[in-house]
Design a protein around this ligand. Structure first.
Ligand code: FAD
Length: 392
């Protein structure tokens, strides 16, 4: 008889796991909203999936997105100086999670995965642990649902290091070659401009990351889409002339009424397993590995950890699942989680001098520019550049 697994939360991590595990196990997914509610709801992320994540999506036969704009590069500007355009080895993509999640849930249902559309509360959780061989907590940043122990060395901050103001806009001509356009304004924050696909077609995401209480932190109290758009326009005009000059006044607007978001993340890393009533419970994705979005790693890390959890469970398919299996999963992902987290945390602090010098060299040397672009797809190379100070 197949072992029974319950996944709570079908965001990036839960969906990767559902596709990976569905043939070998008896799977039930609990999700707080219906696909239609997700589709009509608020944006959740900027969700750039880099090459390795897109490869895992193919490995697990997740849906393919043919009309997606492919992101081939990372543009880097520091202050008012455009330094370079680094080429990614494999293209990346950003598909509105409202579309991606709702479509995957419907596809999985058609493939026979059982879904329960309800927010799982504490009482249900207790019951679930006795109904399943394993519960996987994929509840994202609103979690964790179980008290996975905090990893103190990897969780150094007591408050968010950035605020996030995100809007999906029409009326901006994208930079060429198509890619993620990063502008770093030292001491005040960053802007990421990202071409993306939504249900309505292609949009430009503007993702502003103000350092709290500094000059870019100007979205406090903004509630409506109109106010958000007007404020973003002022910010572009005042701080990001390289984007403002590509805005078509008459067409500049949010792509739909749910296309804006404000949030701030306090990064927290946890040991991703425990036993509850003698049953193993594991966490995957933001519920246990929550980083600031500044390096665009959350979906990519969730996807990586989902693959490692899948491999751990398959290797132990015919044995009992206990804390040794949890420890084996943690041992597998720990080095990668540590390096992604340390790099991401470093990116929220003043950029070290040797990295500034490297970025300046990238303006003269295309191979350095390409290596910097690759940091986002292969974050362990970024960690090496930041902390081992080797030539990249
Ligand atoms: C502004 C912003 C920009 C970002 N940009 C990027 C980027 O460019 N690239 C990148 O890789 N990452 C990015 N991230 C991070 C990325 O979006 C997340 O890391 C990723 O979505 C986490 O996946 P997850 O499955 O852990 O959680 P989620 O995708 O958040 O999914 C969790 C789901 O669980 C459901 N849920 C929660 N509690 C319950 C419950 N009790 N019962 C049932 N269901 C429940 C929630 O409704 C939710 O849909 C960004 C994040 C933010 C905030």
């Amino acid at each position: 008889m197949k072992k029974k697994i319950g996944i709570v939360g079908s965001g990036t991590a839960g969906l990767h796991l559902a596709y990976a595990l569905r043939k070998d196990f008896d799977l039930t997914v609990f999700h707080s909203s219906l696909p239609e509610e997700i589709r009509k709801g608020r944006i959740m992320s900027t969700q750039v999936h880099f090459g390795p994540t897109r490869l895992r999506e193919r490995r697990f036969h997740m849906p393919e997105w043919e009309a997606t704009p492919l992101l081939e590069s990372i543009h880097i500007t520091v202050g008012d100086q455009k330094l370079f355009v680094g080429r990614l080895k494999e293209s990346a993509s950003s598909i509105d999670q409202r579309l991606y999640f709702s479509h995957c849930i419907e596809d999985l249902k058609e493939k026979g995965v059982v879904f329960h559309y309800a927010k799982v509360d504490e009482e249900q959780l207790r019951k679930l642990t006795s109904d399943f061989d394993l519960i996987i907590d994929c509840s994202g940043k609103s979690g964790p649902l179980f008290s996975f122990p905090l990893n103190i060395p990897l969780s150094p901050f007591h408050q968010p290091q950035r605020k996030c103001a995100v809007g999906y806009f029409t009326g901006i001509t994208p930079e060429k070659p198509l890619g993620v356009n990063v502008t770093i304004l030292p001491e005040i924050g960053e802007m990421f401009e990202i071409p993306a696909m939504t249900e309505e077609g292609q949009v430009s995401i503007l993702f502003l990351m103000p350092i709290p209480n500094q000059k870019l932190d100007v979205f406090k109290g903004i509630k409506s889409g109109e106010e958000f758009t007007a404020r973003m326009k002022v910010v572009l005009e005042s701080f990001f002339p390289n984007i403002y000059e590509r805005v078509e006044e008459e067409n500049f607007s949010l792509s739909d009424e749910g296309a804006f978001l404000q949030v701030a993340i306090k990064p927290e890393i946890r040991k991703p397993y425990l036993t509850f009533n003698d049953r193993l419970v594991v966490g995957c994705g933001d519920s246990v590995f929550l980083n600031d979005p500044i390096t665009g790693q959350g979906c990519n890390l969730g996807s990586y950890c989902a693959e490692k959890l899948y491999e751990t469970l398959i290797e132990n398919k015919d044995t009992g699942w206990d804390s040794q299996v949890g420890e084996s999963y943690w041992e597998r992902v720990k080095p990668y989680v540590k390096e992604v987290t340390e790099w991401t945390n470093a990116m929220t602090q003043p950029i070290p001098q040797h990295i500034i010098e490297l970025l300046v060299q990238g303006a003269e040397d295309q191979s350095i520019a390409d290596n910097v672009a690759e940091w986002f797809a292969q974050p362990t190379t970024a960690h090496e550049a930041f902390f081992q100070k080797t030539n990249i």
